[in-house]
Write a protein that binds this ligand. Sequence first.
Ligand SMILES: Cc1cc2nc3c(=O)[nH]c(=O)nc-3n(C[C@H](O)[C@H](O)[C@H](O)COP(=O)(O)OP(=O)(O)OC[C@H]3O[C@@H](n4cnc5c(N)ncnc54)[C@H](O)[C@@H]3O)c2cc1C
Length: 396
Amino acid sequence: MSSTAASAQPWFALGDDHKSIVEQLERFAKDRFWPLQEKMDDEEWWPEEVFPALGELGYLGCTVPEELGGAGLDFFSSALVLQAVAKWNPSIGLALLAHENLCLNNILHNATPELCARYVPGMSNGTIVGCLGLTEPGAGSDALGSMRTTAKRDGDHYVLNGTKLYITNGPIAQVCLVYAKTSPEKGAHGITAFAVDTDLPGFEIAQKMKKMGMRGSQTAEIVLRDCRVPVENVVGEVDRGVKVVMSGLDLERIGLAFMMIGMCERALELSVDYAKSREQFGEKISQFQFVQGMVADIYAETESLRSFCYQVAAEVNHLEAGDVRGEVSKRAAAVVLQAGLVLMRCVDRAVQIHGGSGYIWEMEVNRLYRAGKLLQIGAGTNEVRRIIIAREILGR
Ligand SMILES: Cc1cc2nc3c(=O)[nH]c(=O)nc-3n(C[C@H](O)[C@H](O)[C@H](O)COP(=O)(O)OP(=O)(O)OC[C@H]3O[C@@H](n4cnc5c(N)ncnc54)[C@H](O)[C@@H]3O)c2cc1C
């Protein structure tokens, strides 16, 4: 492990409860998830015990009320869980974000009590894994406007047809929150959300996608072929799917930024360890000022990112889901934009400090670098994040 200076936790604005979450999760994730990293990355392997283990520990369904089987914690706590898990295993952090923030929370805040009773307890103990099916081959940044998947009413079912692309947890999920057009003529205002059981006939994993990073996180192309979904599985109101998407989007982006704090912390630790052990010209490379400068930059950028993330998370901590628009959207987009920029600068420096060994596939720093790039693309690309910020500042 690294020096005291690198590993000391700055507890900016955190109370005792929040501190103990980070400490407990860091211990747990380092012990249980860190050793899985290499095999997950090499073999694109998903260890099935991950979600039940998090459920057993009490950190799945973080913000779900206890009566529905959740942990009953605040949003800040759930973001700290992502930070700690992603530090020790970014792929598991991503799978957790998709399960909890992209699927579970949107069901919890928008579905009927009956649907919540069916899915939320299992999703909070890890026996049901969730995913989000929004993106399509022709609908990425313009996911809502360009959506082609349709849902046609037929008696007491909707019949879904279409393709969903890059779906995190797709190959391992039992439920997928699918968005489809119920009134195509109304464009983005004719979209409905459905909780779709993945064992239904017509719900097919067309392919498991091979990625450059986050390779342990399972990613699917999903084809819906005359998939009959019961009417009672509509989440929210018919034609009001945009409201469901938007209800959690800002918080999802802040959660993603917290993952990046954890990954920056790990980049610093790996860099310090390597700089203190590698010798060239008869000295540890930590004695060279260029190397010292890169370490100092990783530290300074990580801490400024942490301050911004914790500040924004504190601002939204007590907002109700769906309550989050305008100013909050700008702050959430800014924090995730900044996080992506900082993370890629930090992992780039970390690879540089490792020299040739940083370029080698099985090195942890190499995995961190490959994993990092996704976080400038998913949940809205850097460009989309900038568009949201500029629109709020400048007006439309
Ligand atoms: C590993 C992985 C996991 C994912 N997980 C999920 C998931 O679980 N569920 C899900 O639904 N989706 C998921 N996604 C999809 C992800 O959200 C999209 O990839 C992302 O929104 C970008 O869409 P796109 O890939 O189609 O790129 P495009 O939208 O085609 O963008 C291509 C380029 O054009 C730029 N661009 C597009 N529009 C504009 C504009 N108006 N102005 C300026 N530049 C623009 C983009 O910024 C980008 O640089 C995942 C993606 C990946 C790679």
